[in-house]
Write a protein that binds this ligand. Structure first.
Ligand code: ADP
Length: 302
């Protein structure tokens, strides 16, 4: 097969591993910087031009779209879709998952465990909002933050109020969330491919930090999931319409609660922690999907 990896940098660990894994299985792998593509929208003959040439004859694309480039990246993925190319994750599912609010609204509708979460435009009734999620301490999150940036723990009611006012004063959209103290600075990343969790790791935050992101100095190790955690991860990916997803959850005293579903989960941390060849599993999944002609769009409309 001819497979494109849509990535800004061919040296990134995940990009390199996917290229390597595809070539090992006999595929022609091309890394395409989606920001350098331009889209030609012509009725009946959609095309994409990259470095002066039309991109042709691809069987599949693997989108690795940076969070800050979601809009353009998804437009390029969508163009491949209208050209009839299989995408490991659909453009619509990627943009759906990039908005934390939209993501938890969809998960809530499916009855998936979540931290109690509030969202408001106005700062008139901040006290009510903080109380609605159970009172301080609370976690305050910028809607479009990643890698733990824009996630703040406010220990007291007054601190929560000041942070909310400051963010809203800058016109930033924020979520206010129940603080899951019993998670003790750890979270669980489940790597879902198709209908399976293929690997899982536990991330532990650095001392004095409540965020366990590896970018924030967290450490990762392999973890054994409970059947409930496994099912929660699979249901979450499915609810978002993602075929490949990194589902992050916390172990709360009322079961697993999902905090995020990532559409371009990194391979480095989890492959190193679990010694599982996830890149190879992604390529095998694409092979099967393309063979089965599985290019249907997801049916989720919101
Ligand atoms: P990002 O997308 O920026 O990584 P997350 O929502 O995943 O943001 O939060 C970053 C980290 O903060 C998580 O990995 C987790 O360790 C911690 N965290 C997030 N939400 C909560 C919460 N409600 N209670 C306790 N810890 C949390």
């Amino acid at each position: 097969m001819k497979i494109a990896i849509l990535s800004q940098d061919s040296h990134l660990y995940s990009t390199r591993r996917l290229k390597e894994a595809g070539e090992k299985r006999g595929h022609e792998m091309k890394v395409i910087n989606y920001l350098r593509c331009y889209i030609n929208i012509a009725s009946g003959k959609p095309s994409i031009v990259y470095k002066g040439r039309e991109l042709e004859n691809f069987d599949a694309v693997i989108p690795r779209i940076a969070a800050s480039r979601t809009f353009y990246g998804c437009a390029v993925v969508r163009q491949f879709e209208v050209m009839g190319v299989f995408s490991a994750n659909e453009s619509q599912a990627i943009s759906r998952s990039r908005d934390k609010l939209r993501c938890i609204q969809i998960l809530a509708k499916e009855g998936i465990g979540l931290p109690v979460t509030g969202f408001a435009h106005d700062t008139e009734d901040i006290d009510g909002l903080i109380k609605a999620v159970g009172g301080a301490p609370v976690v305050i999150k910028l809607l479009e933050g990643t890698q733990g940036i824009g996630v703040v723990l406010a220990e007291t009611h007054q601190a929560a109020k000041s942070v909310i006012q400051a963010f809203r004063g800058l016109n930033a959209n924020i979520l206010v969330q129940e603080y899951i103290k019993e998670a003790q600075g750890t979270d669980i990343r489940c790597f879902v491919i198709g209908n399976k969790v293929v690997a899982a790791m536990k991330r532990q935050s650095a001392d004095g930090e409540f965020r366990s992101n590896l970018h924030r100095g967290g450490k990762a190790e392999k973890v054994k999931l409970t059947p409930e955690e496994r099912i929660t991860a699979i249901r979450s990916a499915k609810a978002m319409g993602l075929r490949i997803a990194g589902v992050d959850m916390l172990r709360s005293n009322h079961g697993p609660v999902v905090i995020e579903v990532n559409s371009s989960p990194g391979l480095e941390g989890i492959e190193k922690a679990t010694q599982i060849d996830i890149a190879d599993k992604i390529i095998q999944f694409i092979e099967k999907s393309v063979q089965n002609g599985n290019t249907n769009g997801s049916r989720i409309q919101y």
